[in-house]
Design a protein around this ligand. Structure first.
Ligand code: GLP
Length: 241
């Protein structure tokens, strides 16, 4: 595991964006695993800036996103499809048909989960997976559980996660109770993992994830077993490490 410390959010975003841009420049056909949440917003802004300066070309990239809320269409402002379109895809030349986000409106959840795993497999797996971390230690929406869920599946969101994400909705009652998330297997099979974290609220969970026991009660702790994990975090998130 490599831990890169950044003084602040902007620097964290720039360092993480550098890793993604190096991947795309060296391997233009890369499959990028992408993440949502507030943490990676600065990474996307930096990548857009470099794209506009002609420094990166995303035209051959494919992307797979980690997760999506159940019951929200891609037009819903809080859906992760909407987030990705507005915060990244609409501003770069990554062809929209090369982008993948689970379908939160799928009627047949099992079929949608299988379809999503097949998409990842047919792309040959993920070259570089960007990850944030939730306050429960979740990655994607893999919440604390008795086992690590391997494949794409539907999760009941943890109350702590619902409260954390309520800031994006009118109130906590508006936050969907369920989400579809890529499983631990696809994440762990990514060739490279890039975890970003900022702020003091992530300090304790980051420390437990990176140095505590490996347990499904802290889903991100499984990342310790990956042989190419880079963590880019700001000073506040690294305060207790
Ligand atoms: C969300 C997403 C995760 C994200 C996490 C942290 O619920 N499903 O992929 O990493 O929570 O979000 P934030 O970066 O806003 O703290």
């Amino acid at each position: 595991m490599k831990i890169i410390s950044a003084p602040d959010y902007q620097s964290m975003s720039r360092k993480a964006a550098n890793i993604i841009s190096a991947q795309v420049i060296l391997f233009p056909n890369s499959v990028l695993g992408l993440a949502t949440g507030s943490t990676p917003l600065g990474v996307y802004q930096q990548l857009i800036e470099w794209y506009k300066k002609d420094d990166i070309d995303f035209s051959k990239v494919h992307s797979v996103n980690l997760d999506e809320y159940c019951g929200l269409s891609g037009e819903h402002e809080q859906s992760y499809r909407y987030y990705m379109n507005t915060n990244f895809f609409n501003h770069v030349n990554l062809p929209i048909e090369n982008t993948n986000v689970p379908n939160g409106l799928a009627k047949d959840i099992d079929a949608e989960c299988k379809r999503y795993d097949n998409v990842i497999t047919s792309l040959g797996g993920i070259d570089l997976q960007l990850l944030g971390i939730g306050h429960t230690g979740h990655i994607g929406f893999n919440e604390p559980d008795d086992d690590f869920d391997k494949t794409t599946h539907c999760v009941k969101l943890n109350q702590k996660t619902i409260e954390a994400n309520a800031r994006f909705f009118e109130n906590a009652a508006e936050v969907p109770q369920h989400a579809l998330t890529m499983g631990i297997k696809a994440i762990m099979q990514a060739k490279k993992l890039l975890l970003v974290a900022n702020g003091s609220s992530k300090a304790e969970v980051l420390c437990r994830s990176l140095f505590g026991p490996i347990t499904p009660e802290v889903p991100a702790s499984i990342l310790q077993l990956h042989n190419d994990l880079t963590v880019v975090a700001d000073a506040e998130a690294l305060a207790v490490i």
